[in-house]
Design a protein around this ligand. Sequence first.
Ligand code: AMP
Length: 477
Amino acid sequence: MCGIAGIFNFEDAETLVAETLFAIQHRGQESCGIAVRDCRGNISYHKGMGLVKQVLTPENIAKHQGSIAIGHVRYPTAGRSDKVNSQPHVAELPEGPHIAVCSNGDIINYNEIRTWLENEHSFTFRSDNDGELIGRLVAYYLVHEKMTIEEAITETQNKLKGAFSTLLIYRDMMFAFRDPHGFRPFVLGHLNHETGKEIMSDGVVFASESCSFGIVGATFIRELEPGEIIRLERGKPLKVVATAGKNKQHCVFELIYFSRPDGITFDELVYDVRKKIGAKLFDYDKDLGVDKDTVVMAVPDSSNFVALGYAQASPANFDMGLLRNHYVGRTFTKPEQKQRDEGVRHKFNPLPEFFNNKKVVLVDDSIVRGTTLRKIVRMVRGAGAKEIHVRIGSPKVVGSCYYGIDTPTRKELIASKKDVDEICDFIEADSLKYMSVEDFNIILQHPGNFCFACFNLKYQYSPEDFLQKTNAPDNRC
Ligand code: AMP
């Protein structure tokens, strides 16, 4: 999972992009970077391993000042967490100007395109990363096929299979484009837009999530359309080059877990969706005997709003029996299991005397491997809880994601091997219930626009595509 940000033609764009990235740090914590076009037309970049506040310090970005900037936060899949694979990527063109690219998603036909560029057109790749592939493909169409930049991006969009929300700087222009299915979120804001007027390019802000707009003082305007290509040029109105969307496949897991609750993702208020999920979960529990003495609590922080929604729908009160250490970060997004185990132990601590003999409804957003919840249930029981009823704000995760979320392989997913009772035994809970896929039809405004593949195995691309992706080097966002 990754996050992207871009600012067009606005003073201190490099600082504003770094701030925007800071607001979407939850989307990737392994590496980050910015690419900036300065007033002389050069594109320079700074990237490195670590968090935004460590890598994009005022000292580091002072050397990269300009009014056009893009940036990226990255969470890699296992193994290749290194600087070479961090983004943005800058590709030199023979004519002089460079292309800078950053992208969030997962290109399924990565191997095929890379092999074609390397073998047929003598391209050399520095990394194994999707962002570089996208930049080189655009460069191929520009240089080898002599296309205009708009044609080159359109061809690139047609050639790529998979998920991509992409930002690209070319000369003094910026382009934003998205895969036709709109898998990953991508929003557009403005630093000084006047309502009702045409959107001018100058001051446009792009980001993965709208929660980042507040930090730079931008106004949310809209989500990019699936398949949309936007062109920004100094002093000109924002131009929509294409809207080639088809069969929308927004990632429902963004609403369940990934996106910050203070944003609008896929035209849904994230916190509202989570509260509705919680209320729906309570609907399943009419016979559980939930009363005012029952504790309804979240595994903080990702399921806070789900637990709140449950509690508000029920006679019980929302409470907080577990404290989370905020300096640990997201344990799941640590590439190694050992780091993840350590993370759970360091991350949560029960309140003393809180659980004594209580009946607890423990709400979490999802179960993937099951290891986190097993430890938490043990912790809560060890702290004195009498009953622990686990409620999950998503359906059973039975399949991996190939569109930009790092889910482990199928064999690591507990729900692909065990039924609900067996999972309940494994996590040592008194009862376990999941949100059903069908009930998302009630909760979402346009459920038909969402991808549920990790829950129902209905993938957009065929198994052959996956096979190729599985063999690909670690090239995810
Ligand atoms: P586990 O079941 O131990 O593998 O971890 C599940 C927990 O990790 C959930 O409660 C989520 O909060 C979180 N989580 C679920 N999916 C992901 C993901 N793809 N990336 C990062 N964290 C996740």
